[in-house]
Write a protein that binds this ligand. Sequence first.
Ligand code: AN0
Ligand code: CP
Length: 316
Amino acid sequence: MKSFVSVDSVENINALVDDALEIKKNPHVHSCLGKQKSLCLIFLNPSLRTRLSSQKAAFNLGLDAAVLDVGSQGWQLEFTDGVVMDGDKAEHIKEAAAVIGSYFDVVAIRAFAKLEDRDQDYSEQILTAFQKYCPVPVVNMESSTAHPLQALADVITIEEHKKKAKPKVVLSWAPHPKALPQAVANSFSRWMQVVDYDLTITHPEGYELAEGVVGQAQVEYDQQKAFEGADFIYAKNWSSYADYGKVLSRDLNWMITADKMKLTNQAKFMHCLPVRRNVVVEGRVLDSDSSLIIPEAANRVTSMQAVLKNILEGLN
Ligand code: AN0
Ligand code: CP
């Protein structure tokens, strides 16, 4: 693997997941792989898990990691070609990415969707610019439309807890006060289908994900019906794709509750975090034995470590 930007970057997901499960058993076995190599983590948006799990994964591989918070520490970056830079953007991505690439062996970037212009977000302008102008491998730490490190951690978590080969997995929209990107839902849907789980997506009308993202998944507008027989419930809010970036509903009837969990096949509950208690999901579901949120977040280290290991092996 050269770069890791989406599910399409991975040649063989099963091999990557198997590798991740092996790494988890013995996280320090490759501690020399990153020796005398370095990783730059670039954040245009906040993070708890992605930042810390990436630093931990790098540490486990003997890889030196630096963090740049572009928002508070770096120059504001211009991404559009050919503009007159007389506004508040001090540096163009052409120079910034090339300079960063001259210092580091791997670069990872987080740049959320702005949720203003669908074509611009779905063109992945920022991630693509890094790939174009940075001469080293690029890792997506959540771009406008995808969060593949999260989806890989989710697959690892399901593999660890599933009781049948092809579990029923339900991706359920849930309410949230703010407009959030579709990135997590997009990647979850795509990865679930590549690993061939039985995926149902449930959401209110108007929250349909992009056609290429939904693929062969079942779409069920009745949330309670969708929950029947589910082995895993994966909650996530996203803003509308059709009416781009808009919050069309804050209906708390879509919140995941302990009563709704009773409709399932004793399903495990998952969420990528951060999660708003008693808005997205009842606190008692998060605190119940069926909740996988902490092991799922812990698997973000394993997910990043498997990806970095694969990239480093390509460099050596
Ligand atoms: C972000 C999102 O929905 O994309 C990050 C999730 C990992 N969530 C929030 O901004 C709350
Ligand atoms: N799940 C996830 O990516 O969390 P952070 O936004 O805290 O990194």
